[in-house]
Design a protein around this ligand. Structure first.
Ligand SMILES: CCCC/C=C\CC(=O)SCCNC(=O)CCNC(=O)[C@H](O)C(C)(C)COP(=O)(O)OP(=O)(O)OC[C@H]1O[C@@H](n2cnc3c(N)ncnc32)[C@H](O)[C@@H]1OP(=O)(O)O
Length: 395
């Protein structure tokens, strides 16, 4: 697993083992990018190679493989590596991608590389100054955090990745919760941007964070997860989830630690831990049976049954379901009314409900992380992750 996963992580690095970054001022860069769109000189190519390193949006494995292939074709010509064995699927994916370019000339490969980078740059988020950016709190790349009408809203903001939680998003969520717990808002709302609420842990975390020692990587991930879930256990104010679309994995399990969950009728709830060779987290091994009874919880947590918003509501996981067409309007109208209630009374009531069990929840969280730490080192987990990353499996 370590070798295979490290191989995946290295696609990106291997294909861009290049000269140090050139410093380009913004106007020069703009001028350059418009030239890039037109041609593919060696200079444009070198600048595109540098530009790739500055992309803010992670382009995804398919695009990375394409960039890798075009880079190799542009610098070395047609694929000259021996075909890797069928189980060496990382190198095989790279080989396939490069080999697929056949006899494409170096010049055309350079030009295609430059064009691809130009397109990727064009879809990058624009800088401050965008309409509405004034209300946005600074310091978050993977979230949009806003505060108004007594409500702090934390929105997952990686819509092209179905709001999968990468390491940066875990860190930013912890920071946003810490700040929201202390700000002057009365309630905090978490929701997702785009068609998904969130597709859960970003499976690239398994390769991106790999160090030489897989045991150490699993240990670090367990510490991160324990701290992350701990922020939800300790959150001092009413915490509301607005589940705007499908939710997979950790964003589902965490719902047991929220106070209210409103869902669009498009939302689904899926915890496919066995499929992924993993086990429950977010205190769901305790909260789900408590909320929905052990039989329904087992169907979700052991057998990975995906349930609809309506089913989740019938089982007590969701507070109320709204038609997708009126979801935003109806929920925000209601939340604005709630946010006007006396904030201290709400905070104290929440704490009365939660404090009885806080210690127990922290113990459950620790135990779930301990078990997961070992699951992440299992062959079952490695196979599931590699199957997703090599495009062989989706949930
Ligand atoms: C600190 C560690 C904590 C660990 C705890 C948590 C456990 C979990 O959360 S388990 C759940 C993990 N999630 C998954 O396994 C979901 C995997 N994703 C999918 O199966 C599908 O993407 C999904 C069914 C969600 C959506 O399918 P589609 O509608 O067909 O969309 P795409 O697959 O094309 O997705 C678009 C784009 O997003 C990337 N993506 C989506 N989800 C993830 C993810 N979880 N991790 C990484 N990347 C994800 C997907 O690869 C596509 O990317 P590009 O190909 O680059 O466009």
């Amino acid at each position: 697993m370590a070798a295979a996963a490290a191989g995946l992580a290295s696609i990106w690095r291997l294909s861009h083992r290049l000269r140090p970054l050139q410093v380009i001022s913004f106007p020069v860069l703009q001028l350059h990018m418009s030239r890039i769109a037109m041609g593919g000189s060696q200079k444009d190519f070198e600048m595109a190679v540098n530009q790739v390193k500055r992309l803010k949006n992670e382009p995804g494995n398919e695009v990375k493989l394409k960039l890798y292939a075009l880079y190799k074709q542009a610098t070395e010509g047609p694929c000259n590596m021996p075909k890797p064995g069928m189980f060496d699927f990382i190198n095989k994916a790279k080989w396939d991608s490069w080999n697929a370019l056949g006899n494409l000339s170096k010049e055309t490969a350079r030009q295609n590389y430059v064009e691809l980078v130009s397109n990727l740059s064009a879809s990058e988020p624009s800088s401050p100054g965008k309409p509405g950016a004034g209300r946005k709190q600074a310091g978050y790349d993977t979230l949009v955090v806003t505060s108004e009408d007594g409500i702090t809203k934390i929105m997952f903001n990686r819509p092209t990745k179905k709001n999968a939680l990468n390491h940066q998003m875990y860190q930013e969520l912890m920071a946003a919760l810490e700040a929201a717990g202390k700000d002057d808002s009365a309630i905090t709302v978490i929701t997702g941007n785009g068609d998904y609420y969130s597709s859960g842990n970003d499976l690239n975390n398994f390769t991106d964070s790999l160090q030489d020692d897989i045991e150490k990587s699993a240990q670090n991930a367990a510490i991160l997860l324990r701290n992350f879930v701990g922020c939800f256990i300790d959150f001092p104010k009413p915490l509301i989830a607005m589940v705007n679309g499908p939710a997979v994995g950790i964003p589902v399990t965490l719902l047991g630690l929220f106070d209210i969950i409103y869902a669009s009728d498009r939302a689904t709830f899926h915890t496919p831990f066995s499929h992924l060779g993993q086990s429950p987290e977010g205190c769901s091994s305790y909260m789900f049976p408590k909320i929905m009874g052990s039989a329904k919880a087992a169907e979700m947590l052991i057998f990975g049954k995906k349930i609809t918003a309506k089913e989740a509501c019938a089982q007590g996981l969701v507070t109320e379901v709204f038609p997708d067409s009126t979801f935003q309007k109806e929920v925000w109208t209601r939340l604005k009314v709630y946010a006007k209630l006396p904030p201290n009374a709400m905070r104290i009531s929440k704490q009365l409900i939660r404090n009885m069990e806080k210690e127990k929840l922290h113990a459950i969280n620790s135990e779930e992380c301990r078990v997961l730490q070992s699951r992440w080192q299992s062959e079952e987990c490695a196979n599931a992750v590699m199957n997703f990353l090599s495009r062989k499996a989706k949930l």
